[in-house]
Write a protein that binds this ligand. Structure first.
Ligand SMILES: [Zn+2]
Length: 370
């Protein structure tokens, strides 16, 4: 029995498999399934089940830290930029795998977006998979598991995850206490991506990204000078979001400090890892937030087009907002294409100048077609 795994929404087959596996774990698993199908949520619950003395009660210290990605025995690896580098795998997996765990019990290694392992990183990982330490469990998460090297795949148990329907995501959020209208909106804006929908439905920042999107669309609708203002608005919202993250780091390391606020010796490594992951997240925060705002812009323009083509309210992405009739529909169509292009470009190349990309996209929305 695992209380925490029981709470993972959908994915009955995967959850049943993981519940069994938690009792006598194999050394490596690949959680394979589309973005937003709940792999991360299930991985955290599985890790808690592996580290909790009750098999995943959901209440003890081990469970709480594991569910929060902060357990000292859990090593999380994720892409920096486009790839997972060999140095990261060496330092965060290979070395700790053969050392004593920071706390008594198992060591768990979680590799997010594992298909982005560089070839050298995959080779290093393979060494660990070939001679797995008895007290280690490795979890690889991937939306493109078929892109993993066959040598890696063949040494792991594959746990398939299936896509979740929008209705399912709404129900899951409501069951977790979200207000139904907000749950609906979050599920729709997140395109059925459970993790993202949950952040939209529960985060303190909530729908502030959409307020930024609304202001940006209104500015761009006023003409070319407004397009430049729209780009400013988006970047300002993103930098505000990044500043807001700072307080989280203090909260995250607090359990590993002594009463004078100094790191306890045993936890220096764990604190360093939390800080490194936090810095990485902070570096990505602005770009992530820009994408959220652009997703909001895209959803508003889509609604404008939907209403103009006589589609009913049922298909609106923002059912709580009357579509802005001020934007001519042709401009909305062009703007929608430009915004999606901008999102793709920014996701593809982290070194692009975001301001230029945003200005170009908003100009498409602001300019009357020739
Ligand atoms: Zn527990």
């Amino acid at each position: 029995m695992s209380e925490v795994l029981d709470r993972v929404p959908g994915q009955e087959a995967a959850v049943a498999f993981l519940t069994q596996a938690a009792e006598r774990p194999h050394h490596a698993y690949v959680m394979a399934g589309p973005e937003g199908s709940g792999k991360s949520i299930a991985a955290r619950a599985f890790v808690a089940s592996l580290l909790c003395s009750e098999g995943g009660c959901g209440k003890c210290r081990a469970c709480r830290l594991a569910l929060d990605d902060r357990h000292p025995n859990v090593f999380v690896v994720e892409p920096e930029g486009r790839d997972i580098h060999v140095d990261t795998v060496r330092e965060e997996i290979w070395h700790p795998a053969y050392r004593t765990a920071p706390e008594p019990g198992r060591k768990v290694f979680v590799i997010r977006e594992a298909d982005r392992l560089s070839p050298a990183a995959a080779d290093t990982l393979l060494k660990v998979l070939e001679e797995p330490p008895a007290d280690a469990v490795l979890l690889l998460l991937s939306a493109r598991a078929h892109e993993l090297p066959e040598t890696v795949l063949s040494r792991c148990h594959v746990v398939p995850f299936t896509a979740l329907s929008e209705a399912f995501v709404v129900d899951a959020l409501v069951a977790e206490g979200a207000e139904p209208t907000r749950a609906q909106l979050a599920a729709r804006l997140a395109g059925g991506n459970l993790g993202r929908a949950r952040r939209l439905a529960s985060g303190e920042d909530g729908l502030r990204f959409r307020d930024a999107a609304l202001s940006a669309v209104a500015a761009a609708a006023a003409g070319p000078p407004g397009a430049l203002e729209a780009a400013d608005l988006v970047l300002a919202a993103a930098s505000g979001y990044k500043k807001g993250l700072k307080a989280e780091l203090d909260r995250e390391v607090a359990p590993f400090l002594d009463e004078r606020g100094r790191p306890e010796d045993a936890y220096r490594g764990a604190i360093r890892r939390i800080e490194t992951r936090f810095r990485r997240r902070e570096r990505r925060a602005e770009r992530d937030y820009v994408d959220w705002v652009l997703l909001g812009v895209s959803s508003l323009l889509r609604d404008r087009v939907a209403v103009a083509t006589g589609a009913g309210e049922r298909v609106l992405m923002n059912p709580d907002l009357p579509p802005d009739g001020a934007i001519p529909v042709l401009r909305a169509v062009r703007g929608l294409a430009a915004v999606e292009e901008a999102r793709a470009a920014l996701a593809e190349d982290l070194n692009l100048n975001a301001r230029l990309v945003l200005e170009r996209a908003f100009l498409q929305l602001a300019t009357v077609a020739a």
